[in-house]
Design a protein around this ligand. Structure first.
Ligand code: OFO
Length: 173
């Protein structure tokens, strides 16, 4: 059994995951238009991961008998000055998501809702990887600065990212 307060908090977060997916889909499109096909691939993989995160929350909530709600989603920015700016926005966003996951975990502990606490554990670990990936790319982009050759090398690295469905994931998208 899940409390009304916990299900409302999880539903709010489910909508953040959807916003994350939308944000990375727009960034993929923007990177493609900049001629950075590798970055477009990287953000597309990120989009697909976020849709899986969304589906994890969806499946958990529906398994708990909760009907989800999806209010109108906030518009995603669709103009960026550089790949570095896109990744800085990505890292700032993921840090907010980490705080949300920690707050949800805290709420689960306070409510003695161990099912939700265990469900959230996967996300606690996932956020370490998410932030680390972004920090890594930001550091490299700062090293190369405006050097086009350097940016293209990083773009080639971003082209290598592959979408992998983790074991036990709900419907892959
Ligand atoms: Fe990018 O994070 Fe979802 O959870």
């Amino acid at each position: 059994m899940i409390s009304k307060a916990m299900s409302e908090s999880l539903t709010t977060h489910l909508n953040f995951e959807l916003y994350s997916a939308n944000q990375y889909l727009v960034m993929s499109s923007y990177a493609n238009e900049m001629g950075l096909k590798g970055a477009a691939n990287w953000f597309m993989v990120q989009y697909r991961e976020e849709m899986l995160h969304f589906m994890r929350f969806y499946t958990y909530l529906t398994d708990q008998g909760v009907v989800i709600s999806i209010p109108a989603s906030k518009a995603v920015p669709d103009s960026y000055s550089s790949l570095l700016e896109m990744l800085e926005i990505t890292l700032a966003h993921e840090r907010i998501i980490t705080t949300c996951i920690n707050d949800l975990s805290e709420q689960a502990v306070v409510e003695k809702d161990h099912a939700t606490r265990i469900f959230l554990q996967w996300f606690v670990t996932e956020q370490i990887e998410e932030e680390n990936n972004d920090r890594d790319l930001i550091a490299k982009l700062k090293i190369v600065g405006d050097n086009g050759h350097g940016i293209l090398m990083i773009d080639a690295e971003m082209a290598q990212r592959v979408f992998v469905v983790p074991a036990g994931s709900p419907l892959a998208v």
